[in-house]
Design a protein around this ligand. Sequence first.
Ligand SMILES: Cc1cc2nc3c(=O)[nH]c(=O)nc-3n(C[C@H](O)[C@H](O)[C@H](O)COP(=O)(O)OP(=O)(O)OC[C@H]3O[C@@H](n4cnc5c(N)ncnc54)[C@H](O)[C@@H]3O)c2cc1C
Length: 473
Amino acid sequence: MSSPRTIVIVGAGFSGTLVAANLLKSQHWAATHIILVERAAKIARGKAYAECNHPYLLNVPAGRMSADSNSPLDFLNFAQHRIPDATAEDFLPRELYGEYLEAALLDAEVAAAPHVGFQRVKGDICRIEPRKDAGYRCQLSDGSQIDADDVVLALGNPGPTGLPGTEDLGDQYISDPWSGSLTFTPGETVLLVGTGLTMADATMAAAAETNDEVVIHALSRHGLIPPSQTQFSQNTCKADTASMFRAASFSALTLLRSVRELADETERRGGDWRETITFIRNVAPQLWQRLPAREKRRFLRHVRPYWDVHRHRLPSQTLARMNHLRRHQKLNVHAGRLLKFEVVPAAEATRTKVRVTWRPRGGDALRTLLVDRVINCTGPDYSIRRSRDPLIRSLVEQGLASPDALSLGMRTGPYGALINAQGHEASNLFYVGPMLRADHWETTAAQELRGYAERLAGYLSAPIGRMRAVASA
Ligand SMILES: Cc1cc2nc3c(=O)[nH]c(=O)nc-3n(C[C@H](O)[C@H](O)[C@H](O)COP(=O)(O)OP(=O)(O)OC[C@H]3O[C@@H](n4cnc5c(N)ncnc54)[C@H](O)[C@@H]3O)c2cc1C
């Protein structure tokens, strides 16, 4: 009897867990063994849904967080077993979402067909290389190895780019707020670099932990903080998709004008301009793929900060809390450019402070802040060229993975097949996760990643002949 086909999934955060769950639910034509490898103690958590000492909230309402596109209220139904009065509009704890993902995987495992095996492995895959016959050999950091016919990389969000000039700050600099549990001391003054969702998380954690006894400065180029999620009907935006696609193939400016016109038109019809953002989000991959390379650069330089801030919004209670802190000067948001960090003596001889020099946006005069710590909240750095992750480095060094020209992530073909350094698509090595943004742009949130995970699992479980046909269609 031939041995079963082995599919190894590297990383059991949101994406890896959903690929595994969907593979377990799929109809497989031959005996299949699925191995899910995760280096963290718990699966189905990743950075987003991990247990932590602060009850962070999802930034998307429960009714839009289902892990199963065929069952939109799946998460809400799960949550209501714990929180009976939870509604589809509620922003529920992120930890609860991690439990939900784990339960979804367990359900899929229990219901899997007898010829579909499943194994969880706790381990850190540090290298993957092609085998001579076919498939790949996955090397774990403990020296063991796993042979695979197909490999799915679901490695998650990398840490942020290092901030220049922080080398001498020692433990007064936190380079990645998600690398461990963030803790705060009452009375300290902290600079958060970045004013997006990570800044909001850090602010909420600091205020809760110290009973508002922390002074926070948050600084970014534009000083834009995400607005709150709002409820609105989704049926007023009547977009002409074809003309939007034409606008994208012309230039970023033409696309921006079309989006503005659509937003105005939506408001004239009595709708909410944010419907336009939802529409654009749904066609973002097609728009992104049509934008010429030079125009993608322009978009990143001029439009991205505004797109990010409107696309990634906050639960209204988080924003209300942040506004309260701003009114009491506990949270001070600045727009400007960081210039220098210096360690300087503090009044207490045993401590030092960090003097931060920055230039306000549009101004010439320099300003300084005296803080106890600096926390890098600039968000993930998806550049695989700069990655220090041993697995990613080994893939790049072997030419198995290749970066896109804009350093947004990994180049991939249909279903996330990796594109190698020679420009060829791998037939058995796939990626799913936020680095799909190189080719699809909007690939951060659960809603998009769920779709990519479902499609990849469908592709992997189809018989080989059909897989090829689907791929070339
Ligand atoms: C803080 C935060 C909050 C978010 N909140 C929301 C939200 O409210 N709503 C929403 O829609 N989206 C949210 N997102 C976005 C989205 O859900 C996440 O980006 C998503 O979790 C990405 O899934 P992933 O599997 O690609 O990465 P992750 O979930 O981070 O998982 C990657 C996993 O791979 C493991 N791993 C990596 N390398 C290896 C290796 N070599 N060997 C073994 N294991 C490895 C890691 O340990 C990790 O568990 C949030 C993201 C973040 C970072």
